[in-house]
Design a protein around this ligand. Structure first.
Ligand code: SF4
Ligand code: SF4
Length: 415
């Protein structure tokens, strides 16, 4: 039992991860930082306990000859309960890294959880839907030529609609053309329309990627596949001579782009700037390349810092700059920035239907934060957060509208 899990953990555990388990002094500073534990009171949700569980399993299996069975007999834990705890510890975590901010040693529970998830997947205890979407993102590159005609047709139809609705007959959505900026969207025209308008207004040389930014293999800890999926975009950028790769409002994807790609691709991406589209649009505003109607929106609004864009990639000010450019009543959540509460929808949970109730509960601290502001619009810059916040609004009767920061700018553009 759990033989594959343990074998994989033993193969994959790195020295830093071992240190994390050894350095933890059980001070408890991380306990109340985790939204899962705050709402559940379940010890399996305590960040340090998540790490200790993996350590205990490794030790009991390797050192004492009693095996895992011996350990949970010793601790009085039934096997079923132990497996449930392990699942909860490794899957009911959004990888938000709020616990690391409170840990005096910066121990990165999320990193260990990510590795543990991959190991659980080898044991047949993975999030299958998420892994399947990840596989599709990898294999898309192999059939991209066959998909191109259909994709271009769809984009042309969308382009025609935007031209008509917006009254801009010369607006273009270039696909697979050499350009300065390669824009990589998420699935859905809502991720293309505002940027088509903004790029047009900024007179940017841009092209739309044939791929999507999302990288579900990252959620299940399958780093080899995460690299393969991202590598299609690297190849596309090089083929088109792009100087900038701009990712859509997508937290985990932006985190991989900004924090992992140097390590994954080294010289292959040298000289190509990588940004969130939020940063790119903020630069257009700063440089005067686009103009917006100041005070265009007279609605009380707040901003939710996506964990992966804010705490994990350092993008705090640019979204606020976009909001302040068009809002008359911007109200900060408390706490915000690196201490912001996770919305409870990260870590791949959105894509896994059976996690719905778990994420609804985990979002309660976020709901209370929003209620305290009295905001009617909640702006955010991550696709997962948008879905989760909309679901939370419905479940808890918040009655708020969820907006992207770039949507606000597109809707307030002055041509
Ligand atoms: S990364 Fe976030 S969800 Fe995971 S244990 Fe830490 S605080 Fe909890
Ligand atoms: S805050 Fe850090 S050292 Fe303290 S219990 Fe949590 S993980 Fe361990």
């Amino acid at each position: 039992m759990l033989a594959k899990f343990l074998e994989t953990v033993r193969q994959r555990i790195t020295r830093p991860l071992q240190y994390y388990q050894d350095i933890c002094v059980r001070c408890g500073a991380c306990i109340d930082a985790c939204h899962f534990y705050v709402v559940s009171g379940n010890p399996a949700h305590i960040p340090a306990y998540r790490m200790m569980l993996v350590k205990k399993l490794l030790q009991s299996d390797g050192g004492s000859r009693k095996g895992i069975l011996g350990w949970y007999r010793e601790t009085g834990m039934a096997s079923e309960r132990m497996v449930t705890e392990l699942r909860q510890a490794l899957w009911e975590c959004t990888g938000c890294r709020r616990c690391s901010v409170f840990c005096p040693f910066d121990l990165d529970t999320a990193l260990l959880v990510n590795m543990g998830r991959y190991a659980l997947g080898q044991e047949g205890m993975g999030m299958e839907m998420v892994a399947e979407i990840g596989n599709a993102e990898v294999s898309k590159g192999e059939i991209i030529d066959a998909l191109k005609e259909f994709y271009v047709d769809q984009v042309r139809e969308l382009e025609g609609r935007i031209r008509q609705e917006w009254g801009v007959p010369d607006l273009r959505i270039p696909v697979d053309e050499p350009a300065r900026v390669l824009y990589v969207p998420v699935v859905g025209e809502h991720a293309i329309i505002p940027l088509a308008k903004i790029f047009h207004a900024a007179k940017e040389s841009w092209t739309l990627s044939m791929f999507t930014a999302t990288n579900h293999s990252f959620f299940v800890g399958d780093i080899e596949k995460a690299k393969q999926a991202a590598h299609w975009i690297v190849q596309e950028a090089r083929r088109l001579g792009a100087q900038v790769i701009a990712y859509a409002e997508c937290g985990h994807a932006t985190r991989t782009l900004l924090n992992f790609w140097d390590h994954w691709f080294g010289d292959e991406i040298a000289g190509i700037q990588r940004v969130s589209v939020v940063q790119l649009v903020a630069s257009y505003l700063q440089e005067g390349r686009i103009r917006v109607r100041e005070g265009a929106f007279d609605v009380p609004m707040t901003y939710h810092d996506p964990c992966n864009l804010g705490r994990n990639a350092g993008i705090f000010e640019e979204p606020r700059m976009l909001i302040r450019a068009v809002a008359t009543d911007f109200r900060e959540l408390s706490p915000n920035r690196e201490l912001n509460w996770c919305c409870g929808g990260g870590g791949g949970m959105i894509a896994e239907p059976e996690m719905f109730e778990v994420r609804m509960k985990a979002g309660r601290p976020k709901v209370e934060q929003i209620q305290r502001t009295g905001a009617r619009w909640v702006v955010t810059t991550c696709e997962n957060c948008k879905t989760q916040l909309a679901d939370l609004s419905e479940r808890y009767g918040l009655g708020v509208e969820i907006k992207g920061a770039v949507d606000l700018i597109a809707d307030a553009l002055v041509l």
